[in-house]
Design a protein around this ligand. Structure first.
Ligand code: DHB
Ligand code: FE
Length: 284
């Protein structure tokens, strides 16, 4: 398949995201008492909105049909990660007194067990990816006092220069632009990759219809996804964005934080270079 033949559909990426999610361990130790409180508040919140706007029967049926379609297109992971996950992420960051690097949403396109790469490496990429603007991402994984954490892992995944993710758009090699980088004895890494493009969430399915219905846009700013882990430390799931980039100020997924902006400089070889380090909190 050539470059231009990659033509992902909402149904295709939705189904892939749903299939992947179904294979994850999904459980919670929520008590019956807590479930009862949440259930009551949830229904009360729905009732408040319905009364406030005097929702019509036509609107109720449109909602019912839309929810059925979201399921049939496999788009619940997409819709929830765009419109709800950022609040859950914020709640769980604020629950503790973390001082390390800020988190952001995981999104629907993380895949575990990406190939291990040495601290200084190039991400798996195709010939065509090499034509994109190169990005050298370097830094150090430390504890909150700045001590380097050797052997930490930095899982990196991001979209290509067209905004597509491997394993969720057709025709891209399985581990393209996905890797698990192991830091050197000082906790350092130096990763050569490419500058990702802004990402348009699938607009030809129910999430797209939803956005269109309220006059919104389906764009996320260009971003890198990361998970940083070291034994004994709290794992960080985050994203990094590019200062001044398109959609930074109005991300459809509301997941940009000022602490997560990169400002790469161009070196003599026309590579964009940027330094960003991660500080991990000790596990409680
Ligand atoms: C979605 C995609 C992303 O890349 C992301 O970071 C968050 C959400 C989505 O399509 O739902
Ligand atoms: Fe993403």
């Amino acid at each position: 398949m050539t470059h231009s033949e990659i033509n992902p559909t909402a149904k295709g990426s939705g189904t892939a995201a749903t299939d992947k999610f179904k294979h994850e361990a999904i459980k919670s130790d929520t008590s019956t008492e807590r479930a009862n409180e949440i259930y009551k508040d949830l229904l009360a919140a729905i009732a408040d909105v319905a009364h406030k706007h005097e929702v019509t029967y036509d609107e109720y049926r449109v909602l019912k049909n839309w929810m059925i379609q979201v399921g049939e297109y496999g788009e619940w992971p997409l819709w929830l990660d765009v419109f709800v996950e950022h609040e859950i992420e914020k709640i769980n960051y604020n629950r503790h007194h973390y001082t390390g690097t800020k988190g952001s949403i995981e999104g629907p396109y993380y895949v575990e067990n990406s190939p291990e790469l040495p601290w200084k490496c190039e991400m798996p990429m195709r010939e065509q990816d090499k034509a994109a603007q190169p990005l050298i991402f370097q830094g150090q994984v430390t504890d909150v006092d700045g001590k380097g954490l050797g052997g930490a892992t930095v899982e990196l995944w991001h979209a290509d220069e067209e905004g597509f993710y491997s394993q969720f758009a057709p025709g891209i090699p399985e581990w393209n632009l996905r890797g698990t980088i192991v830091t050197n004895e000082n906790g350092e890494y130096e990763i050569k990759t490419l500058q990702p493009a802004p990402y348009q969430i699938p607009a030809d399915g129910p999430t797209g219809w939803f956005i269109e219905s309220y006059g919104g846009h389906p764009w996320r700013p260009a971003h890198l996804h990361l998970k940083v882990k070291s034994p004994g430390y709290r794992e960080i799931t985050t994203q990094l964005y590019f200062q001044g980039g398109e959609w930074i100020d109005n991300d459809v997924a509301t997941a940009v934080k000022p602490e997560l902006l990169l400002d790469p400089q161009t070196d003599a070889d026309s590579n964009n270079i940027v330094n960003y380090s991660f500080a991990l909190d000790k596990k409680e």
